[in-house]
Design a protein around this ligand. Sequence first.
Ligand SMILES: NC(=O)c1ccc[n+]([C@@H]2O[C@H](COP(=O)([O-])OP(=O)(O)OC[C@H]3O[C@@H](n4cnc5c(N)ncnc54)[C@H](OP(=O)(O)O)[C@@H]3O)[C@@H](O)[C@H]2O)c1
Length: 243
Amino acid sequence: MKILITGASSGIGAEFARQYASLHVELILLARRKERLQNLQNELQSKCKTVTIISVDVTDFALLQEKIKVIGAVDLLILNAGISLGHTQNIPTIADFQNLYNVNVLANHAILEVLLPKLQVQKSGHIVFISSLSSLFTMPSAKVYASSKRALNAYAEGIRYKYAKDGLHVSILLPGFIKSELTDKNDFAMPFLLETQEGVQRMKKAIDKGKRFYAFPLRFYLIIRFMALLPSALRQRIVNYLH
Ligand SMILES: NC(=O)c1ccc[n+]([C@@H]2O[C@H](COP(=O)([O-])OP(=O)(O)OC[C@H]3O[C@@H](n4cnc5c(N)ncnc54)[C@H](OP(=O)(O)O)[C@@H]3O)[C@@H](O)[C@H]2O)c1
């Protein structure tokens, strides 16, 4: 089984690599930080059939596509690389906004533009999009991040409908807060924060069961769904209170 994980140098991606490591698995780990990837490769290679690393900035679309062309079709693709701008009260710069969209949205298409034809020929493949609960409710301090993940949901849904007839399966995962370098930057109390291992275990279970949509932790998801049902003026008051 060939598995490509993007954003594998830390946090959720590195933990996915650890949890998927097994002797019948060919792991391909992609991120920028080569040393981190090499350390993970050293840690996992005795547990896997092969561990290959790809050190590339996903916003360099041409180079990214060149590297993806070489690996051919995969069985499981975990599109996990992502960034946030932190929770800032400032107006984001257009450069930061664009870079975030390049990583969180467009890079995934750069990969799929290359891989989808190969998966169509293979007539199978499981594509996992790591979105976020924040795609369902926009806190003003995370509007750029939330909007990118909402865009990702829409894109992923389209990929699912279009390629189902080719035997491709799409899972869209929406975690709440999970401990990682991304959340270590947050200086506020994160409700229902999960340890990395626990968060990834839950996602792996959902992937292995072939869940099309998995939002968790459940209590956090239900609160967000409930908030979305409230009249806009009431939601504004709640956001003012939380913000
Ligand atoms: N942690 C949470 O609470 C949470 C909640 C919901 C969703 N998510 C999503 O989960 C995913 C993983 O995040 P995380 O929490 O594990 O954060 P993280 O520890 O910061 O991991 C982010 C990964 O993305 C890679 N990456 C970032 N920019 C890149 C670039 N330009 N080119 C290549 N790789 C790049 C990083 O590797 P390099 O820096 O080495 O390139 C790193 O491996 C993200 O999509 C995030 O939005 C996280």
